[in-house]
Design a protein around this ligand. Structure first.
Ligand SMILES: Nc1ncnc2c1ncn2[C@@H]1O[C@H](COP(=O)(O)OP(=O)(O)OP(=O)(O)O)[C@@H](O)[C@H]1O
Length: 239
């Protein structure tokens, strides 16, 4: 089996004003290519900390993360940034678009880390924009778009480098229920096409679209199950 992500005994300790916080206390799991994982858990359980590590935005105190088989723990800061730009597609709750840039230019941004943007890159940006349903909006700026449309731009941007996996941090947290459904349908389509998706969410409705739910508690993984198993367990409990 090929893995998009392998996490081995991940630990993160924060030192704050003489206090030591064990935010991750030995987290291990694998994400096979094509999986769709929802990470849930109470506030303070370590979800954002884990997300930052998976997105190569921060380093663990101990343990390691392999992306597509590459060990990220041995990389320099520059190489880690390069890894983030080329192998991870990140989507945030707040979209994080650049207001001065058009839809197409925002989708292009991750390519700047790689150097020159080619005509073929531009063609792909347009193709992705159309794929996520932004026809007729390519030259608009973020403030001229609805929240759902802005999140579509962020989804297209996350795909431009053909990443190992898509990491989404509460991607529907700012959206109404109809737009949430639209964005989740987009994720489902990407997953059906073979993309690996890891999504952090507080919402049961959102996690139910995933194939697998991992619950975090106090810096550890408290449970990790496939959705089908949970559905049959609930059905058995109800009968
Ligand atoms: N930079 C930091 N410095 C010190 N402590 C931190 C830092 N970041 C997080 N923590 C602590 O680490 C623990 C885990 O925090 P984290 O933000 O990962 O939780 P979370 O599950 O994402 O919570 P939420 O759902 O509220 O976003 C908490 O006790 C938090 O106070």
């Amino acid at each position: 089996m090929k893995y998009a992500v392998q996490v081995e005994d991940l630990r993160k300790i924060y030192h704050l004003k003489g206090e030591t916080v064990h935010a991750l206390r030995g987290v291990s799991f694998d994400v096979p290519e094509g999986d769709y994982v929802a990470i849930m858990g109470t506030s303070g359980s370590g979800k954002s900390t884990l997300l930052n590590m998976l997105g190569c935005l921060d380093r663990p105190s101990q343990g390691r993360i392999l992306l597509g088989g590459y060990d990220t723990s041995t990389l320099s800061d520059d190489d880690l940034s390069q890894m983030r730009a080329s192998r991870v597609g990140i989507i945030f709750q707040a979209y994080n678009l650049i207001q001065q840039l058009t839809v197409l230019e925002n989708i292009e941004v991750p390519l700047y880390y790689r150097g020159k943007v080619t005509a073929e890159d531009r063609r792909r940006c347009k193709e992705l924009a159309l794929m996520v349903g932004l026809k007729g909006r390519l030259d608009h700026r973020p403030m001229q778009l609805s929240g759902g449309q802005q999140q579509r731009v962020a989804v297209a941007r996350s795909l431009i480098n053909n990443p190992e996996y898509i990491l989404a941090d509460e991607p529907t947290g700012n959206l109404d229920s109809r737009t949430t459904e639209e964005i989740l349908a987009l994720f489902e389509r990407l997953n059906n096409e073979g993309r690996t998706i890891i999504i952090v969410t507080h919402e049961d409705d959102v996690s139910e679209h995933a194939q697998r739910v991992m619950r975090m508690s106090d810096g550890q993984i408290a449970s990790d199950y496939k959705i089908e198993n949970r559905r049959s367990a609930l059905a058995a409990a109800a009968s």
